[in-house]
Ligand binder design. Structure first.
Ligand code: FMN
Length: 370
């Protein structure tokens, strides 16, 4: 399937961030071009349905954080065939992000470099917008809210900053991802060390417990999102910690500050400061998933993201131990049918290879240390 050539040509002539904004606007109003009919793009096949973290995922392909930072198209994602969507990163306070330009295409590699810097409306406004979108028929899929530290907040005050966001966003979230891995907020990735992570996630867990004591809701599944640039041992340590703190899972990976793996390293966009995403990130993101999956105990869910553009690549990531996958850069280079294309591709291949259910595929490449 993929994207009609004319749409791609037009979009690629535009400034990348303007093209992104246009795509979001089209999805928000439900352009007939992109959304022929409600439910048309959705794939409902029992072989890919999973119940994870107390939630129903009709398909394994999610929208990665940072595509819908403002929560503007919450109703669109399920209709496009996404099994879940991660909204944000949302910070406690509204912030403009870095000056433009801050989003760059590396077309030869189907890659992106970005230094957006958590531009968003802040937790209060975003929570109200998502709540409105979820009324009535709502999103139809689990909605993850990705939260991060406000730029002005010192690193040591990160726990309170996350708690402030969580208080406002809990009511619109089915799961919460803590983003300590963006390269575009100074110092942020230091929050991936054991002490900071314990403080932030402990504070969130305590806040959730005290809110539950008042309203009796189910515990919130918390996940932590990690950088591909962490040494292997620190990925293992973060996975251990996730188990100790009772987290629901880990998301691997965010963008990389590395520029390895480019077929065209001379592309001027490669010299831009920021995090790189897309196919050059795929091998490391896949490796990070394997490291985490081998280390994870019990029912820790791994969400695999980084460089997944098609069904076979999603298949590989699932086999490496991810129960769910996400895409961002694939939306740009393969278009808004990507979730549906990957999901139907997975269903077809499972049928061909006589894999009865996606859970048999998850982690299948890890057997025997492979
Ligand atoms: C322009 C852009 C903005 C992003 N913003 C965020 C963000 O706000 N929070 C976050 O956790 N990840 C963010 N990401 C990272 C993606 O969620 C994802 O981890 C990464 O792009 C790798 O996946 P991909 O290769 O499919 O793009 C962003 C990525 C891009 C390209």
């Amino acid at each position: 399937m993929g994207m009609p050539a004319i749409i791609r040509r037009t979009a690629f002539r535009m400034d990348p961030e303007r093209a992104h904004e246009a795509a979001l606007r089209a999805l928000q109003v439900g352009s007939p071009l992109l959304m022929p009919a409600k439910g048309y793009m959705a794939t409902r096949d029992a072989s890919v349905h999973q119940r994870l973290m107390g939630l129903d995922f009709a398909g394994p392909v999610g929208l990665a954080a940072g595509y819908d930072k403002y929560g503007r198209a919450v109703r669109a994602w399920g209709r496009l065939g996404f099994g879940f969507a991660e909204i944000g990163t949302v910070t406690a306070r509204a912030q403009p992000g870095n000056p433009r330009p801050r989003l760059f295409r590396l077309v030869d590699d189907e890659a992106i470099v970005n230094r957006m810097g958590f531009n968003n409306d802040g937790a209060a406004v975003t929570a109200r917008r998502i709540a409105a979108a979820r009324e009535g028929s709502g999103a139809g899929i689990p909605i993850a809210i990705n939260i991060g530290k406000s730029k002005v907040t010192p690193l040591d005050d990160a726990p309170a900053d996350h708690v402030a966001s969580y208080r406002l966003l809990r009511g619109v979230a089915d799961l919460v991802v803590v983003n300590v891995s963006s390269p575009n907020t100074p110092g942020l990735r230091e929050l991936q060390d054991r002490d900071h992570l314990t403080a932030i996630l402990g504070a969130l867990r305590d806040e959730d417990a005290s809110m539950r004591a008042r309203d009796g809701r189910a515990p919130m599944p918390f996940l932590v999102k990690l950088a591909p640039d962490l040494p292997d041992a620190q990925i293992e340590d973060a996975v251990d910690l996730a188990g100790e703190l009772g987290l629901a899972g880990v998301v691997l990976t965010n963008t990389t500050i590395s520029r390895e793996g480019l077929t065209n390293p001379a592309d001027p966009a490669a010299a831009q400061q920021g995090g790189m995403s897309g196919p050059p990130l795929r091998a490391r993101a896949d490796e990070a998933t394997r490291i985490a999956a081998r280390r994870a105990s019990g029912d820790l869910v791994i969400i695999g993201v980084g460089g997944i553009m098609d069904a076979d690549q999603a298949w590989d990531r699932l086999a490496s131990g991810a129960s769910l996958v996400e895409v961002w850069t694939g939306m740009v280079y393969r278009g808004p049918t990507i979730a549906r294309d990957i999901t139907t591709g997975l269903v077809d291949r499972m049928r061909r290879e006589q894999v009865g259910h996606i859970s048999e595929l998850v982690g299948s490449a890890l057997a025997g240390g492979g």
